[in-house]
Design a protein around this ligand. Sequence first.
Ligand code: ZN
Length: 405
Amino acid sequence: MCNCLVCGNKVEHVISFGDMPIANGFLPEDMFEKEKFYPLDVGFCPTCSMVQLTKLVDKEDMFNENYAYFASTSRRMVEHFKKFAYWVMETYLSEDPFVVEIGSNDGIMLQNYAKENIKHVGVEPSENVAQAAREKGINTLSCFFDKENAQKIKAEYGEADVIAGTNVMCHLPYIRSVFDGVTSLLKPQGVLIFEDPYVGDIVRRTSYDQIYDEHAFYFSVSSVSYLAGMHGLEVIDALPQNVHGGSMRYILARKGARDVSDRVREIMANEEKQGLKQLSTYQAFAANVAQNKEDLLTLLKRLKAEGKRIVGYGATSKSTTVLNYCGIGPEYIEFISDTTPIKQGKYTPGMHIPVKPYEAFVSDYPEYALLFAWNHGEEIIANETAFKDAGGKFILYVDQVRVDE
Ligand SMILES: [Zn+2]
């Protein structure tokens, strides 16, 4: 058994998904033989309550020049980050503001600061994504955020009012070094704000597809509080977010520097009630995951036996966990339609289902579409009226496996 990446104590085993390919490793046919697989195992630390991967993938295998996630391709996310940026500007900036973003992607959030001429630095390890940001005029460094690079940023730009990160903190297994960097870079009144999938939602909704190689941690307010306390920080606020299928925004400051919102205590009391600090809760989750797999396979087998066509909707990183864990390949799913050009013409990691442009879906509607982009589900189902009118139905698997009627 391994030791906790946060507190160093023993981690209890929760679930094994088996060997998985790189979740975002969409690949051409001539790369099939070279594809790498890693065990995907989840553990829970009874000491600090952190849910985490217990075997890690080399970060260079995940975030490199082939990295295919450009955040700005989603209009809904562009809106979300714009709102986020202006909320930060109004709430947390001093008169001489400086904002650092960890995992700034293609500049989806920082572009709002650039537009307002606010001093900013983005830290983005994927060179091709960082380059896309620079072309938009966003100051971006291609490196990983850790203690050493935080000190370099401080030496060049000074201390930060805000260090922000969305869907990135959970990606960083060396989180202790990240937090060391944060504490050395923040102004005395500065805040660290980050947003990641919330383990309370994952457990409640059995959304196990949030679990994949990039996500080393599955945070709760309780576990983040423990981590903060180890670095002289505290959670001053926690705001549930309705994106990515249930996320939490955490706001941390130096201990005693700012008031702590009542919400923090309330959410932690709810976490206690939900059992997020108990191993048995995660063991029950593991049983629900196994049941979800069985239900999905039963449904797909029945539809195929009836001769139905099934197409995947959204070649997400999340889909890699579902497809490989359930063993769903091209015999069930004809292709997956996706609007991201870099994925089109390639195949899904591990199960090698072809990824085709959205037009392939529209030009010849299947009878069923398995919705992998379920976190945008409401928006998608509302927009796909022509598919529905043609008799098409969506298959959903979060909360429970079902056909959307
Ligand atoms: Zn721990």
